[in-house]
Design a binder for this molecule. Structure first.
Ligand code: NAG
Ligand code: NAG
Ligand code: ZN
Ligand code: ZN
Length: 450
């Protein structure tokens, strides 16, 4: 180590320990890190940030785009990043964007939003209703984008106040196609997580009160897959069954047998689900059809149980079909609808989250939830590097219960926007502040030179 390096190192340490005027800025006062979360929340509630987010969210809400078609959404976001002077990479996974705030050097911490809407007609009558028939932001991803941009604006504008925190880089991840398309997998496979130390993401939720967050350490959401099967028999007269091979009865037995996978083969303490959500066959009272199509989803809380379930679904469908002389083919659509892994929250990031969210909202407003059989493609990120996912409460008692996600009556409570933006910003900034080590940086750079 050169003497110059030592001087820098000592200077950095002094900066950390002293109350030099640079540190008594709006963000790093006497209590330092503990004050950052509430400062960000106050900032996010100020009109210049709150109204900025409301405007973005409403504009995106009027112009919803489906997975991998978020071209205008992506252009809109890049325009905002350009306006803030934030550099980014684009396109990643068709419409995805990765922005950078900070030094461009380690440590790297990522915060993520999904951008896609759903193929459904909005039933809410309001000024900013979807202008695109049959498409709607009914899962709140418009709000997720607005909150990530709100966080980006605060971090970028205050990066010199947060000088110490920005001895590192915040990575903004705007991903396509969360709703079944596995946009996160495509972004991950494109290498966006290389050298990234941790990633945080959230979802708005009408199940929890405004001003609260909810999550847990370990598994939060299930692994998920889809399947479709065609059961082929031989159609004919409904009153002369002996001359037919009835695929309706065969499919009914298949569905009953599939339910036995959960009730008889799975460990009762290892939660799993098999649901047949589609059963299509026949169109007359008196004709046995040639074939039936069934389709559904399966869920599990470990990769092992998930793969076992997949194996047995295929086996039960084909073998049970043959009991009734039918043939069956099973398609898991693994290319178009990749299996989502279990969403697992990293234990160390859980501690970080609890501390920061607790400082911002009060410990009593950081709730613990039970795992849910729903799935999130954030799990592709959390599978590759330490990840952490949580829910942001939107429920306001005075205003009454909100329709849940994927309902045509779904509404976002815009009062939740400052909470999401402030959490993104504080979690990322304090993560860098805690993980920036002058010694580690020096070591790393001397290795780079070798
Ligand atoms: C099932 O497949 C076999 C082999 O291809 C074929 O011979 C038979 O006719 C098929 N049965 C039905 C009911 O489609
Ligand atoms: C809940 O809604 C009421 C009525 O709109 C509002 O006055 C109140 O401030 C809201 N509560 C919170 C915590 O924002
Ligand atoms: Zn959704
Ligand atoms: Zn969603």
């Amino acid at each position: 180590m050169s003497s110059f390096t030592w001087v820098c190192l000592l200077f950095n340490l002094c900066m950390l320990l002293s109350s030099y005027p640079a540190l008594s800025d709006p963000f790093l006062g006497e209590k330092g890190l503990a004050e950052i979360p509430s400062k960000f929340l106050n900032l996010a509630k100020r009109p210049e940030i709150f109204e900025y987010m409301v405007k973005i969210r409403r504009s995106l809400h009027e112009n919803p785009e489906l997975g991998y078609e978020e071209f205008e959404t992506s252009r809109f976001i890049r325009n905002e990043l350009d306006g803030m002077g934030i550099p980014y990479k684009h396109p990643i996974a068709v419409t995805g964007i990765v922005g950078y705030i900070g030094t461009g050097n380690p440590p790297f911490v990522a915060i993520r939003a999904d951008m896609d809407a759903l193929a459904m007609q909005e039933a809410v009558e309001w000024e900013h209703k979807s202008k695109v028939p049959g498409k709607m932001h009914a899962c709140g991803h418009d709000a997720h984008v607005a909150m990530l941009l709100g966080a980006a604006k605060m971090l970028q504008e205050h990066r010199s106040d947060l000088e110490l925190a920005f001895q590192g880089t915040v990575i903004l991840v705007f991903q396509p196609a969360e709703e079944g398309g596995g946009g996160a997998k495509k972004m991950r496979d494109a290498g966006i997580l290389e050298n990234v130390d941790a990633i945080f993401g959230f979802h708005v939720s009408s199940s929890f009160p405004l001003g609260t967050v909810a999550t847990r350490a370990g598994p939060l959401m299930a692994a998920s897959g889809f399947f479709e099967a065609k059961i082929s028999g031989k159609g004919g007269h409904a009153a002369i069954p002996q001359h037919t091979i009835d695929p309706i009865l065969a499919s009914s037995n298949i569905i009953v047998s599939l339910q036995h996978l959960i009730s008889r083969e799975a460990d009762p303490l290892d939660s799993q689900v098999v649901t047949i959500a589609k059963f299509q066959g026949g169109h007359a009272f008196n004709v046995i059809p040639d074939s039936v199509t069934i389709a559904g989803t399966f869920r599990a809380f470990s990769q092992e149980s998930f793969m076992q379930l997949k194996h047995r679904i295929e086996e039960v469908i084909t073998l049970q079909a043959s009991v009734q002389r039918c043939n069956a083919s099973v398609n898991f659509y693994a290319d178009e609808k990749p299996f989502y892994p279990v969403t697992v929250n990293d234990k160390d990031l859980h501690k970080h989250f609890q501390k920061i969210a607790g400082h911002m909202l009060g410990d009593e407003n950081v709730k613990e939830v039970q795992p849910l059989m729903g799935a999130e493609d954030f799990s592709f990120f959390a599978e590759a590097i330490p990840g952490y996912f949580y829910y942001i409460g939107m429920f306001n008692e005075t205003e009454g219960q909100l329709a849940s996600g994927h309902s045509p009556y779904f509404k976002v409570n815009e009062d939740a926007l400052p909470y999401g933006a402030a959490l993104h910003a504080s979690i990322a900034a304090t993560y860098l502040l805690e993980h920036h080590s002058p010694i580690a940086t020096q070591k790393r750079s001397s290795h780079d030179e070798l």
